[in-house]
Design a protein around this ligand. Sequence first.
Ligand code: PLP
Length: 405
Amino acid sequence: MSQQSLISQVVTDLPPSGIREFFDLVATQSDVISLGVGEPDFPTPWKICDAAVEALRHGLTSYTSNYGLLQLREAIAQDIHHRYQVEYSPDNQILITAGVSEGMDLAMRAVLDPGDEVIIHEPCYVSYKPCVALAGGVPVVVATSAEHDFKLQPDAVQAAITARTRALVLSYPNNPTGATMTRSELTEVARIADKHDLLVIADEIYNQLTYEGRPTCFASLPQMKQRTLLLNGFSKAYAMTGWRVGYACGPATIIKAMMRIHSYTALCSSALAQYGALEALENCEAEMAEMIAQYDQRRRLFVAGLNDIGLPCFEPKGAFYAFPSIQHTGLSASEFCRALLMEEKVAAIPGPAFGECGAGHIRCTYATHIDQLKQALERMERFIAKLASDELSAQVKSVLAATRG
Ligand SMILES: Cc1ncc(COP(=O)(O)O)c(C=O)c1O
């Protein structure tokens, strides 16, 4: 029996992550400025670490309830009510998960039957399509474009709906584009969800990282709470990616179904991490605000810099990514990133890693120290000049020639 035949067809068919593939390449280089990783460069605020250490000292190391620590669920309910005036019951409408990632997986497994379709707008975070496929569903992609500031167009959603459409994943502020949608734009999407009885799975992990205008919680739109599953977490806003705490809020029936799967698989998110998350919500608003102010400063500098060096960049209004166009260089996004890495040691991610319609763009994370960003801009400017004057190194030219066959 071949080892490969032990692997299920669904898993065999999953494409490798375009991000991972690129990082394998980055690992072969030294002195690289990485604009590749989608996570805060700040350490977790010390108060949060301290709370987890205290929990450890007090022996709070057992399983928590499958729903998660009640105190944390209460704090989440309060936080959401304070920010968006939406009420969730800590008793049965909130589930603590191992990040939004687990929340997304549980959501798909809880609501999909084989063949059910889920609409996903691209470019988007890389896990949505695999989660749908692993749950036996069928992802249906709706493309967004720079022409519409990467906002989801209601007509495109409407056109993608079939008798099998069960849910829509909504992901704003968006990774990789930094696009946001206004309350009135989201209301148009809400109308369609209502008309076609769709569940909306709203990944709002970057909601706190919104720099212009106020973020909208999709569940706060009229009649949307009963058909929205809100996913959020602590990874980005509190610089807690490795802690693995997130949450899902929604109708009790869906939360209970997700909890049932979670109770057989993860059981609960790490107890210590949940105590850390509780501290984050109760006492770390100022630390979060300081990180957000710094991201905003970097955003302005970096996006202006990209435009100045001739990489036209749509203005991101949330998250911590810039998604400039490289189309005019004549290189594909993958060729551009490979050549930039080899020639000037700057790592960015090719746009198609987030969906085919990301072609012609690259994703650069500005959750990177401002001095590094300035240096990256200098290197990128030099790269573009060399590209324009055909002065790239012989090695890079031969790699490019090889990729072009
Ligand atoms: C849009 C989006 N959703 C979810 C995640 C994963 O979040 P978590 O760490 O909470 O699993 C990411 C991480 O980059 C993301 O960009």
